[in-house]
Ligand binder design. Structure first.
Ligand code: C2O
Ligand code: CU
Length: 503
């Protein structure tokens, strides 16, 4: 056996170094290869303290023309260009006197609900829900809002009323938040009879949850004699309420009286409603159903933000989640929750649409997913729109007069109640199945996981409009996009430094 002499390493020192440290070098390089893009993503996701929603994301023309050349102008000030109109100028006729005047004062503190329960939150005129605002179709409604002491500021959005853009009440998009001690006047004409609601659109995921909302009803001219009942549902700190009350709420009516029950869902999730006796769905989201038929053994699912007007004949008991409304003097008792849900896609009778949805000027995709990433610098598993995370999301651009189709698709694992401001859309199909019932007009529409809904509308209300999830927690988690008319400019800014936080 021969002993080998210890060998001197003939290779240069650098190579030696590389060899002995190869693992570390490779590991470091691999780490950097992951970290550097992550850092870039993190940095890129951080929102400036002040930004215009107009500069957010990328222009999506939906296959239509780029009339104002927006695609290569993002971030540029276009306010001086001919033909452009500012969001702030899109108002109701300033010369027209108001038909209905309402004063709303917002405050924060201990709210005493109709049931006597107290919760910490927000109120309008000392109550939550705030006062019922009533008007008649065609009226000009003027609401003078005063923010008494809500520190974060407030705004008032008229959910479902297709108001002029400057009256839409979205802090940082259509106005500045109304600070504590400040006033703001809203003016709009209510052309469409129906059931609506109003709520703050400043830090809305907290302010609405904690009570800063109220109902709004537009009566038709020549008001019908039916008994008219509000059924505004809201969950305060885990307790479901009906008009601020709890349990079974009674509305006196003589036997045989026909009542219109206006179910308003102000929560973040859908609520199920059904009746002890056959009922009809008269309207959805402030639009009448054409030839509604009697519904028996089925429930309706009212999406977050949505409204369903149900017709019952007294005595009847309408169950709304865990609460109930008895119309009449005797409680017929709780009927068990029906397994089947009424499908609005085939309810009522078809009638011609006021536009041709088969030849849209623009077709947009609003595909909702979920993926890991950064949202304003915070790592998480966030909602995505067409694969992108907020704020790098599509800006849907239209021209006034366009027929617009949205294909809303959801593969995110959860249901999303989608709400487009300023417009009502008609549902064309679900998962390729065409609508066969009454035109189903909506402003708040549940899109279930795995579903694709095709909706259409006419772009007839210029402005910059939010198109977001009305599970307001989801909105605050980035499920917010905008529909923008190509000739509209935005004078307002959002972001931490501006005091405007619409979500
Ligand atoms: Cu009721 Cu943007 O919401
Ligand atoms: Cu959602």
């Amino acid at each position: 056996m021969s002993q080998e002499a210890p060998q001197q390493n003939p290779r240069p020192r650098v190579a030696t170094y590389l060899r002995t440290h190869l693992r570390t070098i490779v590991a470091t390089a691999a780490t950097l290869a992951v970290l550097v893009p992550l850092a870039v993503m993190w940095w890129g996701s951080r929102m400036p303290g002040s930004y215009s929603v107009m500069d957010m994301g990328y222009v999506d023309l939906g296959g239509g023309p780029d009339t104002m050349g927006l695609a290569d102008r993002s971030g540029h000030d276009m306010s001086g260009m001919p033909g452009m109109v500012s969001v702030a100028d899109l108002v109701a006729d300033p010369g027209r006197p108001a038909d209905v005047t309402v004063d709303l004062t917002a405050s924060q503190g201990t709210v005493t609900l109709a049931s006597g329960r107290t919760v910490e939150g927000y109120m309008f005129n000392g109550t939550s829900p705030g006062p019922l605002i009533e008007a008649t179709e065609g009226d000009l409604v003027e609401v003078r809002v005063h923010n008494d002491d809500v520190e974060d500021g407030i705004s008032v959005h008229w959910h479902g009323v297709d108001v002029p853009n400057a009256e839409d009440g979205v802090a940082g998009v259509t106005q500045d938040a109304i600070g504590a001690g400040e006033d703001h006047v809203y003016r709009f004409v209510v052309d469409d009879p129906g059931t609506y609601w109003y709520h703050s659109h400043q830090v809305s995921h907290t302010q609405v949850l904690r009570g800063l909302y109220g109902p709004l009803v537009v009566h038709p001219r020549g008001r019908p004699s039916a008994v008219d009942v509000m059924a505004v549902t809201h969950t305060y700190a885990g307790t479901r309420t009906l008009n601020g009350d709890e349990g079974v709420v009674t509305f006196g009516a003589s036997p045989g009286a026909v009542a219109r029950v206006r179910v308003v869902n102000t929560d973040n999730g859908a609520v199920q409603a059904w009746s002890s006796a056959p009922y009809r769905v008269l309207a959805v989201d402030g639009r009448e159903v054409n030839e509604p038929t009697a519904v028996e053994g089925k429930r309706v699912s009212v999406p977050a933000g949505g409204r369903y007007d149900l017709e019952v004949t007294a005595p009847a008991r309408i169950q709304i989640g865990s609460t109930a409304l008895v119309v009449g003097d005797d409680d017929p008792g709780r009927a068990p929750q029906p397994r089947d849900e009424l499908d609005m896609l085939s309810y009522g009778s078809p009638t011609a649409l006021p536009f041709d949805a088969s030849a849209p000027d623009r077709t947009f995709r609003y595909s909702i997913g979920r993926r890991p990433g950064f949202l304003d610098g915070k790592p998480g598993f966030w909602w995505s729109i067409n694969g992108h995370l907020w704020p790098d999301i599509p800006m849907y651009v239209v021209d006034e007069g366009d027929v617009v189709v949205f294909e809303i698709e959801n593969h995110s694992g959860e249901v999303h109640p989608m709400h487009l401001h300023g417009h009502h859309a008609v549902v064309l199909s679900r998962d390729g199945e065409e609508a066969t019932g009454s035109p189903w007009w909506v402003d708040s529409l549940d899109v279930d996981d795995g579903e694709t809904l095709r909706v259409a509308f006419v772009a007839d209300n210029p402005g910059i409009w939010m198109d977001h999830c009305h599970n307001l927690k989801h909105a605050a988690q980035g499920l917010v996009a905008h529909l923008m008319y190509s000739n509209v400019t935005e004078p307002y800014r959002a972001g931490d430094d501006t005091g405007n936080t619409p979500e």
